[in-house]
Design a protein around this ligand. Structure first.
Ligand code: SF4
Ligand code: SF4
Length: 452
């Protein structure tokens, strides 16, 4: 399978199965409109279609494309057998936890999928006891796997910071005995950051996600606090300090764009202009009818925004004033391993979320959702049927993914978007797909432009 597209005056061809990218001249690019994979020499139909070119030129381009085919760089076959991957991960170890350390929040973001921290339940905090049980759970369920990841999530995790610290100490105290290494991360809205907390985070968290939606106007509209006052002025300087202390590495300033800021490029550039090197911005995912939901009629504008962002991204890199944007940083040389490439994040099997009551869900997005509770850290159970549904979902089982050029970058999309928004595990979330495909196209085009 190939995907050909024109972007930024470049004729780009992605050979989906090999991951090879080719930049072609107009003639070679147009030749690919014909089924040349099945031909040995240019047909009469091709010669007629390209009569304005000399016969030699057509044959030369044709031969070059056929050489690429012989080398396995064009029209390459998919070597993965969909039947074989159906049960290819029989019982993977649990290697990552999302700890819902606090089901409460000091912000009232207008698009919050977690109902401003409650996840469809009561406002509550994870106790030390539950946190330690969660660590015991992952120590056992990770089996032979050495490295374990624990993400502190909320609500707002810093509202329960003492318990965060105790869980980190408890996990570290078990590392030697169990032969494990814990890697901690934390996502925060920044409201409670102070110098002591920053120092602790810098010593103990491998990565930190700092939530900010862009300009003051946009952020304050979307992310007010409990008193309906904007959060921007309360967090921006702390974020700058933290990013500096982390040498502009191992953090992300992460935003969400919504129907309110379809022109989100300006928000990302604002974040970069404020001196942040690591940026990320995700489209909001909300049920149809929510006033901030992305709708199909927004797609064209959003795609143009990604193009605008891509050009600015390249311009700044060439001028020596770069920033990173998470979705543009795809590795064309060496993507993730094949399992990740076809089945994504591992939610529901390798990665689970634990709520303040110790309940286990496939990931943070499913917390509190009826029908998705998998078990409890108190008895170590994990519902086999739910686990199997998640393990068996991959780009070969999801409708449309098998034929999608972006499948090895997207890995079949987010399970929560499929299950909670699109209507089922095998249903890709169409709006997300359109944006993902555009991001992949831009990311590839960026690499071509940077190589010029
Ligand atoms: S900071 Fe996070 S949990 Fe709190 S309201 Fe905003 S989106 Fe929801
Ligand atoms: S973009 Fe959509 S259709 Fe394509 S692989 Fe991802 S989820 Fe599947």
């Amino acid at each position: 399978m190939i995907h050909k597209y024109k972007l930024f005056d470049q004729n780009i061809v992605l050979d989906v199965n090999s991951g090879s990218v080719h930049l072609l001249d107009d003639l070679s690019y147009s030749l690919l409109d014909f089924d040349i994979a099945a031909m040995d020499t240019p047909t009469e139909e091709i010669k007629k279609a390209f009569s304005e070119y000399s016969g030699e030129a057509v044959e030369e381009c044709f031969d070059e494309l056929k050489s690429l085919q012989k080398e396995g760089l064009l029209f390459s076959e998919d070597l993965i057998d969909p039947q074989k991957v159906k049960n290819f991960r029989l019982d993977p170890p649990v290697k990552a936890l999302c700890l819902h350390i606090c089901h409460d929040c000091n912000l009232r973001c207008r698009y919050c999928f977690a109902e401003t921290g409650t996840f469809h339940g009561e406002r509550s905090m994870m106790s030390r006891e539950v946190g330690f049980k969660a660590i015991d759970f992952v120590l056992e369920k990770s089996r032979n796997r050495k490295n374990i990841e624990v993400d502190f999530f909320g609500g707002e995790p810093l509202m329960n910071f003492d318990v965060v610290k105790d869980i980190v100490s408890y996990a570290r105290s078990k590392e030697k005995e169990y032969g494990k290494t814990f890697r901690f991360t934390l996502t925060t809205n920044g409201m409670l950051l102070d110098d002591d907390i920053m120092e602790y985070l810098n010593e103990n968290m491998s990565n930190i996600v700092l939530s900010l939606d862009g300009t003051k106007e946009v952020n304050d509209y979307l992310r007010p606090d409990t008193q309906k006052s904007g959060s921007y002025d309360k967090i921006i300087d702390k974020y700058k300090k933290l990013a500096k202390l982390r040498n502009q590495d191992n953090y992300y300033v992460r935003g969400t764009f919504t129907a309110h800021n379809l022109d989100f490029t300006k928000d990302i550039l604002h974040i970069a202009d404020e001196g942040f090197f690591q940026t990320s911005m995700e489209p909001v995912v909300l049920k149809e009818g929510h006033p901030l939901a992305i709708r199909e009629e927004h797609l064209e504008q959003l795609k143009q925004e990604y193009e605008k962002l891509a050009l600015e991204y390249v311009k700044r890199r060439k001028e020596g004033n770069p920033f990173n944007f998470f979705h543009f940083m795809i590795d064309l040389e060496q993507g993730p391993c094949v399992i990740k490439r076809i089945s994504g994040c591992g939610a529901g099997s390798e990665y689970v979320a634990v709520t303040p009551t110790g309940d286990i869900y496939p990931c943070h997005r499913f917390a509190g959702e009826e029908g998705y509770k998998m078990g409890s850290v108190f008895d170590g159970t994990m519902d086999e049927a739910i686990k199997r549904t998640f393990i068996n979902s991959n780009v070969y089982t999801k409708k449309d993914c098998g034929e999608c050029f972006a499948k090895f970058y997207c890995s079949g999309g987010c399970h929560a978007n499929s299950c909670l928004i699109a209507g089922g595990m095998d249903q890709p979330y169409k709006i997300g797909c359109e944006l993902e495909k555009k991001r992949v196209e831009c990311a590839i085009a960026i690499q071509a432009l940077l190589a010029e």
